[in-house]
Each structure stands twice: as C-alpha cells, then as structure tokens.
Design a protein around this ligand. Sequence first.
Ligand code: IMP
Ligand code: MG
Length: 184
Amino acid sequence: MACATDAGKLEEIYSQGQIAERIAYLAKEIARIYGDEPVVAVCVLKGAFAFFSDLVRAIDNPHLEVDFVRLSSYGMNSESSKHVIFSKDLETDIRNKHVLIVEDIVDSGYSMRFLLDQLLVRQPLSLRIAALVDKRERRSANVLVDFAGFVLESGFLVGYGLDYAERYRALPNICELKFVAAGE
Ligand code: IMP
Ligand code: MG
C-alpha cells in the first residue's frame, strides 16, 4: 500500500496481520519468562499506547499491573536527545517487583538509557524492555532490547502509535514515511 500525503509518501512496512502475529509471539515469550509472578508493565507514552494495549491483553498473567510514563527530550540542537526528563513519572512503587518497559522504538537509545537508569535506582526485582521496533543504525547508548517486535536498520516509521509531528498515530499498520523535498 502506498499513498501520498503532504509530508511525504507512506509505504506499508508491517501489516496489521504481521503486527498481530508478532505480538502473539512476544506475549507467549513474556508469559513464559514471568510465569504467574507479579509484573508491572510500563507504557512509555505516547508512542507505545497501541502496542502496549495489544501486548498486555495478550500476556497470560493474572498478576500483571499497568502504569505509564512520559518522557520529554529538551534542547535545540541534535545533541538534545541526550537530555531527557520525565514529564510523567510512575505512580507504582516498583521496589522488589518485576518491571517490563514497553516502548515504541529504541533508536539512539538515549531515552531508554535514561528510563533504565531512573528505574534501576528504585531497586526493581528485574527490569526488561519490550520494544515494537528495535532500530539499530543510530544506536549510541548502551541498551539491549529483551523482546523486539521488529528489528530494522533505518527508516522513519509512522502508524500504530508512532507519529510524525503528532500525525499518523491512529493508522492500524506501520508505514515508512518517505519525505519528499519541496518542489518534488
Ligand atoms: P531514542 O533515539 O532511542 O532516544 O528514541 C526516542 C524516541 O524517538 C522513540 O521512543 C520514538 O518515540 C521516537 N522515534 C525514533 N524513531 C522513530 C521513528 O522512526 N518514527 C517515530 N518515532 C520515532
Ligand atoms: Mg517513544
């Protein structure tokens, strides 16, 4: 599927069916790792909302809790992504609990590194990462994704929670946004 928008061209990379298949697989893996032990699944807003919602409902664990964080990067230059703050923190006390962070995309890894460091000092029993997309080309921070939906080298993705300037989050599939230069 391809369609032109004013921002660029959208090309489907992962269909609704492919996403559902991967989530079913990840949910089984996650359920196997935690068994019936309590686990706090942490949704990283906004981008992970669709993935999170589908994933937690597919994990067979009666002791799974949900909570939400939101991160913001600040600064004006390209280095700014290294400076991350919470714009919404957890409400749950995670000390001595298993924690599963659910993120949309791990790209440079700076946001995830920040979140890992913030949560590790709260002494969770374990801390793992599920990411819809593990995008490796620009990885600079030391972050390993435990459960990856899809592994990709590069490309700017939108849909299924992922945005470009807040657009396209509600698309049911994942598309690559191919930017078109002005005048093209
Ligand atoms: P980081 O570079 O790993 O810190 O990525 C930070 C955030 O940038 C991710 O969690 C996404 O929300 C966003 N991001 C990175 N790559 C993409 C993309 O291809 N599409 C939409 N958002 C992205
Ligand atoms: Mg994100």
